[in-house]
Design a protein around this ligand. Structure first.
Ligand code: FES
Length: 117
């Protein structure tokens, strides 16, 4: 199932990213500049986001399976937050912090959601 999201809010990085949720999950076209968490909402994937997208928890953590080059670079606050949870997969990202660029990204929800709260 492919679902198209809202129009981009900024013209800086125009285009869409096809975000595919691995293992038979849905796909979503997310406007560039939106987060993976936005893409999950567009796709109807119930991705937890306990801190409401403020990089203050780990509940939105996903594994990027492929297409990581179509995501924004990881900033220090995200890196610091991920460092608080040893054992995460190599491609772990916080869905609320990773912005999509035009392209195709495959992500996987973590089977054991990270709980720190
Ligand atoms: S929702 Fe809390 S870090 Fe993403």
């Amino acid at each position: 199932m492919r679902i198209v999201g809202p129009e981009p809010t900024s013209g800086a990085d125009v285009g869409e990213c096809l975000v595919v949720f691995a293992d038979g999950g849905p796909e979503a076209l997310a406007p560039a500049g939106h987060t993976l968490l936005d893409a999950a909402r567009i796709a109807g994937v119930a991705l937890p986001h306990a801190c409401l997208g403020n990089c203050a928890c780990l509940s939105c953590c996903v594994e990027v399976v492929s297409g990581g080059g179509f995501l924004s670079r990881m900033e220090q606050p995200e890196r610091d937050r991920l460092d608080t949870a040893p054992g995460l997969p190599r491609g772990a990202r916080l869905a609320c912090q990773a912005l999509v660029r035009p392209g195709r990204v495959v992500v996987r929800r973590l089977e054991q959601p990270v709980r720190e709260w």
